[in-house]
Design a binder for this molecule. Structure first.
Ligand code: F6P
Length: 357
């Protein structure tokens, strides 16, 4: 008899259910006496003892369903060692419930913060296997995270839709793409939909260079310009600020986000009308794209295999299209960022995309 707990944590994405289905199918297929419990709302459920037993039928029909059937929440890693409002030791509570429920292992689906806590639980002696979820694709140790390609599809469609209206009105459009710390989503959506300017956190932008690119297009008779701008894009000046000073600046900023601040400056300096479009959380919604369904199913099946072999303390990742186990200790606390000198950036520049550098 094996008892396995499933937990989804952090921001949701389109392919969480598809991945859980993959793990469950593999477990039901391979292990005769298996019980799966769904821990509700991420680490919160593990702390406060909220779960429900899952049956094979719970995993039917969810391959194409976005969101997560067991709910999720954000529980910041930096607060894990601090007691909750009632003085409860969160880590001890999580360990107690794991033991009380007689779990053989925890299957944790999540992104960066989630992996830090998963690694902490591993250090505390729990059997943990993680699966790399995030639309940001910024998890260290894996070429691809599930959710990313689905989000690229949505963000690209958002930019595609802007093209005709931008051209009809001769406007500058800024489409703000999710990603506070990394620019994979903005970069891929920008290339996929022919954005003229792509601004990502890894390449601080110079406003003169951005204005120069817009003016150049106008001189070439192209009366509109489309910018794909990551939520976390920063000017070269802001990039020089300490974390603390930057946070202070953000608090005092009169605009809701970088796109609005940038838009105001572009309008003032070019005299051209600027509009902002923010697809926001639509990038995390809807059905997973077929690519995600495939990698979710593969990752899930492999996780089932690792559980059977009792190989714990790992993230199931993808390298060169092979599914591999990556030690959690190597993944936790590291970000996979866009390298400004990488091939993809050079190729994008060859296509004439301006990065503002
Ligand atoms: O990590 C995924 C992500 O969608 C980021 O791209 C985005 O910046 C953030 O989550 C938004 O978080 P929330 O759902 O808490 O608003």
């Amino acid at each position: 008899m094996k008892r396995v707990g499933f937990l989804t944590s952090g921001g949701d994405c389109q392919s969480l259910n598809a991945t859980m289905r993959g793990v469950a199918k593999a477990l039901y297929e391979k292990i005769e006496d298996i019980e799966i419990i769904g821990i509700l709302e991420g680490y919160k459920g593990l702390m406060y003892g909220n779960y429900r037993k899952l049956k094979p039928s719970d995993f039917s029909g969810i391959l194409t369903e976005g969101g997560t059937i067991i709910g999720t929440s954000r529980q910041p890693f930096k607060l894990m060692r601090e007691p909750d409002a009632n003085g409860m030791d969160k880590v001890r509570a999580m360990k107690n419930n794991y033991e009380k429920w007689k779990l053989d292992c925890l299957v944790i689906l999540g992104g960066n913060g989630t992996h830090k806590t998963a690694n902490l639980l591993r250090e505390e002696g729990l059997n943990v296997i993680t699966l790399p979820k995030t639309i940001d694709n910024d998890l260290y140790g894996t070429d691809m995270t599930f959710g990313f390609q689905s989000a690229v599809n949505i963000a690209s469609t958002a930019i595609d839709q802007i093209h005709t209206t931008a051209a009809s009105h001769g406007r500058v459009f800024i489409v703000e793409i999710m990603g506070h710390d990394v620019g994979w989503l903005t970069l891929h959506a920008g290339i996929a939909s022919g954005a003229d300017i792509v601004l990502i956190p890894e390449i601080p932008f110079n406003i003169d260079s951005v204005i120069g690119a817009i003016n150049k297009r106008n001189e070439q008779g192209k009366n509109f310009t489309i910018l794909a701008v990551a939520e976390g894009a920063k000017s070269t000046e802001d990039a020089k600020l300490s974390k603390k000073d930057f946070k202070k600046k953000l608090k005092e900023r009169k605009y809701p986000s970088i796109s609005y601040e940038l838009g105001a400056e572009i309008e003032e300096r070019t005299g051209q009308e600027v509009r902002i479009a923010v697809p926001g959380h639509t990038q995390r919604g809807g059905s997973p794209c077929p690519y995600d369904r495939v990698i979710s199913s593969r990752l899930g099946a492999a996780a089932g295999e690792f559980i059977m072999n009792e190989q714990y303390g790992i993230m199931v990742g993808i390298k060169n299209n092979e599914i591999i186990p990556v030690p959690l200790s190597e993944v936790a606390g590291k970000l996979k960022m866009v390298d400004p000198d990488s091939q993809i950036i050079k190729e994008a520049k060859s296509l004439g995309i301006c990065f503002g550098d």
